[in-house]
Design a protein around this ligand. Structure first.
Ligand code: KG4
Ligand code: ZN
Length: 329
């Protein structure tokens, strides 16, 4: 390997995916391995934290090996390690953190701590500032004004359930299974999205905040009437996407943005993708929709942010810790 090449290992074990990626020269993905724990949590209808951390412990060394193999490099070729240290399930974060710190120490290379949501915001690998980022996942739903790599303001966020959580809970209520997002997305294609009307929750403390728990209650009230499931799925999906787009439009009216980035697991949703593109067309602005593998939790987005932090000299010492929740700014 040429001495001028830089390979960063990115690790994410924040929730139910064990991921390791190799990024070359700060922006070329050589490998992005994601091992999903869906099968482990499926019988419980949701993520069981203790099972998740145990499973990360087993999978992480294998996933890192696979990433190195795919990239065609060895451990000695790594120049730095980036790892998600917050937010997430604490036991899960600690697995990635301990592994990353130990590996960095043994290889005598620097390690940097990455905020998971910053990873999502940069999963489009775009640094055209300022941009508006909508992060919609199983644990988060928030709008960010990204003025520069280090200046990020949260404009609004969910006051109760995250959008992905709403998809998962509603799918459970409808007896569809877990995770609910992809199942509702698929079923919606056969349903009438105007069959059921829902009242959109308005959040008094901030017009750009989101609220999805009322919608979940509305669906639970409909279930005893044995509704047409595809119609219900399509109507529910239309309402969630409608709320996400409405708040995004409010944000675009408020702040300057050269582009819109929509990311997080829910950004895999087909209706959200098409509506975001429509919004971009209407406003004459570029919309970045990362590929589904970059939208859901992955090591590549962590390596991307980590590579830039390492350039800034932001390294983590042996005392680096993980936090279940931490603000992004
Ligand atoms: O980003 P992610 O992998 O993990 C978190 O950080 O939470 O997101 C997972 C979430 C789950 O709630 C899942 O149901 C949702 O993303 N999701 C979708 C779709 N694919 C995944 N939601 C709606 N439509 C989809 N196609
Ligand atoms: Zn995530």
């Amino acid at each position: 390997m040429g001495g001028h090449l830089s390979y960063i290992l990115g690790i994410d074990t924040s929730c139910d995916e064990t991921s390791a990626a190799i990024l070359k020269d700060d922006n070329e993905i050589c490998a992005n391995i994601i091992s999903s724990q869906i099968k482990i949590h499926q019988p419980f209808g949701g993520v069981v934290p203790e099972l998740a951390s145990r499973s990360h412990l087993q999978a992480l060394p294998l996933v890192v090996d696979e990433a190195l193999k795919k990239a065609g490099i060895g451990l000695k070729d790594l120049s730095g390690i980036a790892v998600t240290t917050s937010p997430g399930l604490i036991g899960c974060l600690l697995v990635g953190l301990s592994y990353a710190k130990a590996l960095a120490f043994s290889l005598k290379i620097p390690c940097t701590a990455v905020h998971h949501l910053k990873g999502h915001l940069f999963s489009g690998f775009s640094e055209t500032y300022p941009f508006l980022g909508l992060v919609v996942s199983g644990g988060h739903t928030a709008l960010y004004h990204v003025k520069s790599f280090d200046q990020i303001a949260c404009l609004g966020q969910t006051v109760d359930d995250a959008a992905g959580e709403a998809f998962d809970k509603v799918a459970k209520l409808m007896g569809l299974g877990y995770p609910g997002g992809p199942l509702i997305d698929k079923l919606s294609r056969e349903g009438n999205p105007t069959a059921f009307q829902f009242t959109r929750s308005q959040v008094k403390k901030g017009p750009m905040n989101f609220s999805f728990s009322g919608l979940k209650t509305a669906v639970s009230r409909l279930m005893p009437q044995k509704p047409h499931l595809a119609d219900l799925a399509a109507s529910f999906q239309k309402e969630v996407v409608g709320a996400l787009i409405e708040k995004t439009e409010l944000a675009l009216d408020e702040v300057e943005a050269k582009l819109l980035v929509v990311t997080g697991g829910v950004a895999c949703n087909s209706l959200l993708r098409s509506e975001a593109l429509n919004l971009g067309k209407e406003r004459g602005m570029e919309v970045i929709l990362p590929s589904p593998l970059l939208c859901t939790d992955n090591g590549a987005m962590i390596a991307y942010v980590g590579a830039r932090q390492l350039k800034q000299g932001k390294t983590m010492g042996a005392d680096g810790n993980a936090l279940a929740s931490a603000p992004l700014w």
